[in-house]
Design a protein. Structure first.
Lengths: 191, 191
DNA sequence: TTACGATGTGGACTGTCGGTCCGTTTGGTG
DNA sequence: CACCAAACGGACCGACAGTCCACATCGTAA
């Protein structure tokens, strides 16, 4: 029964690393410009600690991403309409995609870093599976599209981080403009 | 006027490198598993030569990709309907996307390698700009969608290499199944 | 309070890889 | 055949992900 309590310094370090990584990814132009050594240094922690806690580079990025996206996830899983469950499917699909887009706009660097993903496609990340499931189910319930699973993939692809980044940075669209266009597009797909 | 003729060995080496890279990308599971040194070795060429000809890793991948996609490009630019110009826009859009999907299915490794892209998003590659232009124009002509530029991005996103790879490898769909679903989806978008 | 061992720590070290540099070779030209 | 720009190749460099292990620290039980 004597379960050793987790050490306090470990938790503190974990937070420090998460904060440092978040910070650095936000500052750097390209996620590849951020090295693990930098993260460790800024967090005031040794490299060994970093790898012990997060396994590898991807693990770290995923951890930061997960922490950041907790709020949206909660809103979708148990928030009020139109995002939460119990919304008419027809209205929920656009709301879901808009929320995801909003999140990516607010966390561009981080999202790009995650999809950059080193090895392993974004489609292996558990968070993608989760979004796909939610959107697919909503589409199925709306029943306006022949193959909900495929349509969910296709719609999610329309808000991929690097596309969003391109629209914002290269084509110079504002967040609101992108949201508007996505909304129209989703409307068209829903028929 | 005395223009020196290009050296024959240079051309030969260029081809050797292209072939070696193609080969290696096809064999390897992940594009990152292929190093420049390997390519050089298989091509029977020094590393210096490799970099002199192609600039950097991305340059090499782009060159291989460009060489491979010459045929599709030609078919779109000056081939017979429904791919070539002079096709009713309403029919051309699905044909374009199907052709692009077909190409990616036939060249999965290479396409993934290109989108992997090291630094720099796929949206910076000139070939993306070209496809986007063609699809956008066709959509504009068809006039069934409010914002052709955005819709073109969204539709092209639906055939991104890593998504196609995921559908094929993880979800186990055959090429024909993917084509079918994409066709339905495009139909829905065109309204 | 103290002694002890599980847990955590940090940074030196390693292997790999992209990219550069430069002395040498080679193919075309006159 | 002599010449030289173009092409070559591989030793070399710096950076970085990931490993390893001697050492420090926290929580526990006596």
């Amino acid at each position: 029964m004597t379960e050793r309590k987790a050490r306090a310094d470990a938790a503190r370090n974990r937070e420090a690393v998460l904060a440092a990584a978040d910070e650095l990814f936000a500052r750097s132009d390209s996620p590849r410009g951020v090295s693990m050594e930098q993260v460790a240094a800024v967090a005031g922690v040794g490299k060994g600690t970093l790898f012990r806690r997060f396994g590898d580079r991807n693990g770290l990025i995923r951890a930061v991403f997960t922490a950041r996206s907790e709020a949206v996830r909660a809103a979708v899983e148990s928030g009020p309409p139109p995002l939460g469950p119990g919304t008419p499917a027809r209205d929920r699909v656009p709301a879901l995609l808009d929320a995801l887009l909003g999140f990516k706009l607010d966390n561009r660097h981080l999202s790009v870093a995650l999809e950059d993903a080193g090895s392993g496609s974004p489609y292996e990340a558990e968070h993608y599976g989760w979004w796909h499931g939610v959107v697919r189910d909503a589409l199925a319930e709306a029943a306006t599209v022949p193959d909900p699973a495929f349509a969910a993939h296709a719609l999610l692809a329309a808000v991929r981080a690097d596309l969003v980044e391109h629209l914002a940075a290269v084509e110079g669209l504002s967040g609101e403009e992108i949201r508007g266009r996505l909304g129209e597009y989703v409307g068209k797909v829903l028929g």
